[in-house]
Design a protein around this ligand. Structure first.
Ligand SMILES: *Cc1c(COP(=O)(O)O)cnc(C)c1O
Length: 469
């Protein structure tokens, strides 16, 4: 499989190339040159497969030329054999129409583990082949950092420097990063905000002193391999609910448009998806873009769903490119204008292409809390606030008939409630406990360094400690 950039001028690469590159050299994002398609009979034949076997079948066309079927199967069994639930991503029924797809049975209790656990192994495989090493530098406001650290801890050819804003991530989130005492893991608590930490990371990627000595890599959701791994659970859940002989709808709590774009990919591959609901919190740029064509960034407001407090959704570019007719030159022009003005209007083709499958909805904090209360009272399920945003949107669009009552509606449960215990306790009056497999998190030793807020101090620490693992 070859991959092309959404901005048209970077060279096409194979799967190994896009996994190690992350962002394309023209600033675009890589997408497959064409979507692999499964017929209804081929999808029917996937029924009953165990998750690691299903994952290998779904991902095989995307990795063709870079991994053999046996190599891929060995990876999926290693990665998904370690999850906290035998089904990996189990479905839970809430009522006649509504279901939850639990994506939080990985080591850090959020859906990002499903993809990052695989990405860590892919890095190791490809670096081994090339005889190279990779230094990952990232900034996190919580979930991505811990999932990335857990994914690469102990690997030989990868090391990771993860910056978090000192004192501004939750205790659970910090401990999930700082209690990983592996020599290839470096936690940096930076004075300042998440945006300051993020700015240091971006600057390092263009700092000649850094790029001359280190082979830098990124783990954010612009990496195609992450999206690919997320396509699998759309197939797994739809198959259980009767696909391909029945359509299924999804509601996806969305920030960077990664998880929900994976649903779009599943539909392109032939999975009969009735509708994809893009659920946002009050930081609703995607809701405005999909309902009125206006993609304009405002300020970010902090909410009880911090992993969705995002102003610009990187992966939206992939949808605009594909739905708008795959014109890389026009896309580069459109994104240049957006970067200058922080606003753009979707073209007619983009708006029509998107509305064929996507509907959007937003939830404020009161509506989110009410969704948590409904799940608890009606179905005995304690859910996290991000999942609550998705469930609010699902119920609203089922109630107004956008999703017919005969279609099963699956809300993606993106985090375990114990990751956000304060907001859950305020909504439903009980404090969720951490699952036993991470239960000693508060008894473990932590390791991190505190760094002053300036760029030079951060860069000097990374340069001084890289390669010593
Ligand atoms: C990252 C995250 C999201 C948003 O996912 P995107 O792929 O960025 O849209 C939603 N919920 C939780 C708990 C997350 O960690």
């Amino acid at each position: 499989m070859q991959y092309v950039s959404t901005r048209g001028s970077a060279p096409a690469l194979d799967f190994e190339g896009v996994t190690l590159a992350g962002l394309a050299s023209d600033g675009g994002l890589y997408v497959p040159a064409q979507w692999p398609r499964f017929s209804a009979d081929e999808i029917r034949a996937l029924r009953g497969l165990a998750y690691p076997d299903l994952a290998a079948r779904i991902m095989a066309p995307f990795v063709a030329g870079s991994l053999t079927e046996d190599e891929l199967l060995a990876l999926t069994h290693k990665v998904y054999g370690d999850f906290g639930h035998a089904a990996v991503t189990p479905l839970v029924q809430l009522d006649q129409q509504h279901w939850l797809l639990e994506l939080f049975h990985g080591p850090t209790l959020a859906f990002k583990d499903v993809a990052l656990q695989l990405l860590g192994r892919l890095f190791e495989t490809f670096l081994e082949r090339r005889g190279e090493r990779l230094t990952i530098v990232g900034a996190t406001s919580g979930d991505t950092g811990s999932a990335a650290i857990q994914a690469v801890a102990g690997l030989d050819r990868v090391e990771i420097f993860m910056l978090h804003p000192k004192g501004r991530v939750s205790d659970v989130q910090r401990r999930q990063m700082t209690t990983v005492l592996s020599p290839n893991v470096h936690n940096l608590a930076i004075e300042g905000s998440f945006d300051d930490a993020q700015a240091h990371v971006k600057r390092m990627f263009t700092d000649g002193d850094v790029t001359a000595t280190l082979n830098l890599g990124a783990v954010n959701s612009i990496n195609w391999a992450r999206l690919m791994a997320q396509v699998v659970y759309y197939f797994a859940s739809a198959l259980q609910l009767g696909a391909p002989d029945r359509t299924v709808a999804y509601s996806v709590p969305t920030g960077n448009f990664g998880d929900v774009f994976a649903g779009y990919v599943a539909a392109k591959m032939g999975l009969p998806i009735e509708r994809l609901i893009v659920a946002t919190n009050i930081n609703d740029i995607l809701h405005r873009a999909l309902s009125s064509g206006d993609y304009s960034a405002g300020g970010v407001t902090a909410t009880i769903t911090p992993s969705m407090d995002i102003q610009v959704s990187s992966n939206f570019e992939r949808l605009l490119f594909d739905a708008g007719g795959r014109d890389g030159g026009a896309m580069a022009e459109q994104m240049r204008a957006f970067e200058a003005t922080k606003a753009m209007q979707l073209t007619n083709a983009q708006a029509e292409g998107a509305s064929a499958l996507f509907t959007s909805a937003r939830a404020d904090q009161t509506e989110t809390a009410r969704a948590l209360q409904w799940a608890y009272r009606a179905a005995g399920q304690v859910i996290d606030p991000h999942t609550g945003v998705g469930l609010h949107a699902a119920r609203a669009l089922a109630d107004n008939g956008t999703v017919p009552a005969s279609v099963p509606l699956v809300t993606l449960a993106t985090a375990h409630p114990a990751k956000f215990p304060d907001a859950v306790e305020r909504a439903v009056g009980m404090r969720p406990a951490l699952p036993a497999r991470v239960g000693d998190l508060f008894g473990r030793a932590e390791s991190f360094v505190e760094i002053a807020g300036d760029y030079a101090a951060t860069r000097d620490y990374v340069l001084g400690h890289a390669g010593n693992a």
